[in-house]
Design a protein around this ligand. Structure first.
Ligand code: ADP
Ligand code: MG
Length: 242
């Protein structure tokens, strides 16, 4: 891995869907080891930013790097360092969950014996080991969420990127996911999550970036962002709360 002090560097990123501009000159840095909340209302451009970072979406201007690797020119190096937790459950319905993790490891060149060991470790860590031989449709919602985390972590990535990880979760599951993410960050992994819950950003993160209408509104240390009275209107738009 390149010795970059930033896990994510995005510069002047501009993205259109047809005529519609989704991102406008987005510039953003995430320190190695940071716990970063990307906060913004629906439609702000959070998922689009993640898609660009992970090579799922193209873009028209600017550039993005993961630990110093350009996400276009050095895609394979950049992608290998990212564990991606998408918002929806996009699992192969035909695979038992342990096999699903072993397959995923294969995308990153991890051979089956090592992949199987790693899958078992993760299934144990996330309390899914008893379910290793069932297909994902036999899991509860909470178990599926934990499986998403296992799959994101199978290749031992340096940064975990999560798109609205607790949207639609009950309180117990939300707290459980928060605990897992804190543990991962304590172990030295960089965590980048999107959310439209103020509480999530407040409780978990070190740094907050706010995005609205495809533009960065503010980025800063959590405390300074939360104390900034000039951001009240944005917070209201983000959370829908007064
Ligand atoms: N595949 C797509 N095609 C066209 N427009 C899209 C597509 N994905 C997102 N958009 C638009 O881009 C903007 C940003 O969306 P998105 O990144 O999904 O926001 P967020 O994740 O913050 O809710 C929105 O206006 C959305 O409607
Ligand atoms: Mg989204």
């Amino acid at each position: 891995m390149r010795d970059s002090k930033h896990a994510i560097e995005i510069d002047q990123l501009t993205k259109y869907y047809g005529n519609q501009q989704a991102l406008q000159n987005v510039t953003l840095r995430v320190r190695r080891g940071d716990f970063f909340a990307f906060l913004g209302p629906n439609g702000a451009g959070k998922t689009t930013t993640i898609n660009v970072l992970t090579g799922l979406s193209n873009f028209q201007g600017g550039h993005a790097k993961i630990f110093g690797y350009d996400t276009r020119r050095e895609y394979l190096f950049a992608r290998r360092l990212v564990g991606l937790c998408a918002q929806e459950f996009n699992f192969d319905p035909f695979l038992k969950i342990r096999d699903l993790l072993v397959f995923q490891a294969g995308y990153f060149g991890i051979l089956p014996p090592k992949a199987a060991r790693r899958a078992d470790e993760l299934l144990k860590r996330f309390n899914l080991y008893d379910k290793r031989n069932v297909k994902h449709r036999a899991l509860s919602g909470g178990m599926k969420k934990r499986l998403l985390l296992c799959r994101a972590l199978i290749h031992d990535p340096e940064i975990i990127i999560l798109d609205e990880p607790t949207a639609g979760c009950d309180l117990e599951l939300k707290f459980q996911i928060w605990d897992y993410l804190k543990q991962l960050n304590d172990e030295g992994k960089t965590v980048f999550l999107t959310t439209h819950y103020m509480e999530e950003a407040e409780k978990l993160c070190k740094t907050i970036g706010i995005i609205n209408h495809g533009q960065i509104v503010r980025i800063g240390e959590k405390k300074s962002i939360l104390q900034d009275k000039s951001l009240q209107d944005v917070f209201m738009e983000v959370t829908g709360l007064e």
